[in-house]
Design a protein around this ligand. Sequence first.
Ligand SMILES: CC(C)(COP(=O)(O)OP(=O)(O)OC[C@H]1O[C@@H](n2cnc3c(N)ncnc32)[C@H](O)[C@@H]1OP(=O)(O)O)[C@@H](O)C(=O)NCCC(=O)NCCS
Length: 174
Amino acid sequence: MSYFVHESSFIDDNVKIGKGTKIWHFSHVQSGAEIGENCSFGQNVNVSNNVKIGNGCKVQNNVSLYEGVELEDYVFCGPSMVFTNDLTPRAKYPKGSAGYKKTVLHTGATIGANATVVCGHEIGQWAMVAAGAVVTKNVKPYALMAGVPAKQMDLRVWSQTKRKFSMQSMWKKV
Ligand SMILES: CC(C)(COP(=O)(O)OP(=O)(O)OC[C@H]1O[C@@H](n2cnc3c(N)ncnc32)[C@H](O)[C@@H]1OP(=O)(O)O)[C@@H](O)C(=O)NCCC(=O)NCCS
């Protein structure tokens, strides 16, 4: 096997996992999921049915990638961040797969710890979502989003007042 799965994790049948990928403790990858090469999944990660994940992604502890979520290459999901796939869930009236809304994280996007991405949105390439933010709209490429609901921060202002906030280091490509 060209990838690593900790013995406490479950990988269903009909799953594709690329070489060099590591799946740590207490995780579950469900049928139909496709995971690229050199990805890393922390503890207690769930990859639901048919989820597609590119190469070089890093998914931290306690993240569930629900059906309808797609990660392109080099996406970072911070610890305990939350995806959703149903805008108006009701226990009595489940919609099933056809009712799920798609959420796409484009190449290099980062989601901070404990942030929530409301479904049906795209996070642009190399965008960064701050810890604890709640994303309720599409995020532009390279944008920095923070707050509840998440608003786009003005990077020129932020980087002038906060000299440490260097665009180059923030979006250094892998
Ligand atoms: C958004 C972020 C990149 C900004 O970092 P930074 O430039 O060092 O920011 P600073 O700490 O200098 O804060 C700048 C301002 O933004 C505010 N701020 C910082 N992080 C924030 C957040 N997550 N949500 C809302 N506001 C935030 C600060 O309170 C500060 O406000 P002020 O100017 O009114 O005092 C960083 O705070 C963050 O959330 N990173 C994600 C960390 C993470 O989740 N990592 C996961 C792997 S461990």
